[in-house]
Design a protein around this ligand. Structure first.
Ligand SMILES: [Zn+2]
Length: 255
């Protein structure tokens, strides 16, 4: 039976049978998988204390791909993120990250860049203490993940006429088509979301900025509100679902 090694983020786990656990992982090279961890609830289990949501783990598992449930054989702790479960603000945003991954990726469909985005976001959330900055980290993750899923919006030119965006006047964001409309095309179009020149440029900068530099790019509260509205609407239209965890954010009244 094939044996697999991968780096994984634990998404969730639940008790199974007398002493086992069923665990969902998002793996860097194998995408989402489910495993049974035999005896994981026994005190002397090699898995004890390691199978916690949001942890990054190096896992070894085996089984046949068509069965859908693998068996976990070994776990090494890569990054322990217990700090997330100790703080409700962090916890809600970390749940958002794993919910987004669950909704937007398919079982067994690898996306290493999406994995890196989720991993970097959980690492930043672990270290952050201010809810407003946690909101920013989460929005940064949204834009990065949408991009890695192949939903990157067109931001450098008008999605309608193909023209440059450096003219004056308000732009708009076309949620259903995933791109910016210039001021001229905006007037001709009906169902669009207003977008300032500053927000359009800022969204472009997020796409080209690394996670390690996210804190240097922090937007003003007004810009953050604007970006949140546009990105949330675009995300919902792409995953065709509402994110349950988002309503628990402290600033949820702005959404
Ligand atoms: Zn145009």
């Amino acid at each position: 039976m094939p044996l697999y090694n991968d780096t994984a983020i634990m998404i969730r786990g639940h008790d199974f049978g007398e002493a086992d656990k069923i665990v969902s992982f998002f793996c860097k090279n194998h995408g989402k998988i489910r495993v049974v961890a035999k005896g994981a609830r026994k005190l002397k289990s090699q898995f004890a204390g390691r199978l916690e949501p949001f942890h990054r783990l190096d896992i070894t598992y085996f089984g046949r791909e068509n069965v859908g449930l693998y068996k976990l054989s070994a776990v090494d702790l890569g990054s322990a993120r217990s700090a997330i479960a100790d703080d409700l603000e962090r916890f809600h945003r970390a749940c958002y990250v794993t919910e987004f991954i669950e909704l937007a990726t398919r079982d067994g469909d690898p996306n290493p860049r999406a994995f890196m985005a989720a991993d970097a976001t959980l690492e930043l959330l672990c270290a952050e203490t201010k809810p407003r900055d946690m909101d920013w980290i989460t929005r940064f993750f949204d834009v990065k993940l949408l991009n890695h899923l192949g939903y990157g919006p067109t931001l450098d030119r008008c999605i309608d006429c193909g023209g440059a965006l450096h003219e004056q006047g308000s732009l708009a964001f076309d949620v259903s088509r995933g791109g910016v409309l210039c001021a001229t095309c905006r007037r001709k179009s009906g169902r669009t979301t207003p977008l300032s020149q500053g927000a359009a440029k800022f969204l472009s900068r997020i796409v080209s900025t690394e996670f390690s530099k996210a804190s240097r790019l922090k937007p003003s509260p007004a810009l953050m509100n604007e970006i949140t509205g546009v990105v949330s609407a675009f995300r919902d239209s792409r995953i065709q679902s509402k994110m349950k965890s988002e309503r628990f954010f402290a600033g949820a009244s702005n959404l």
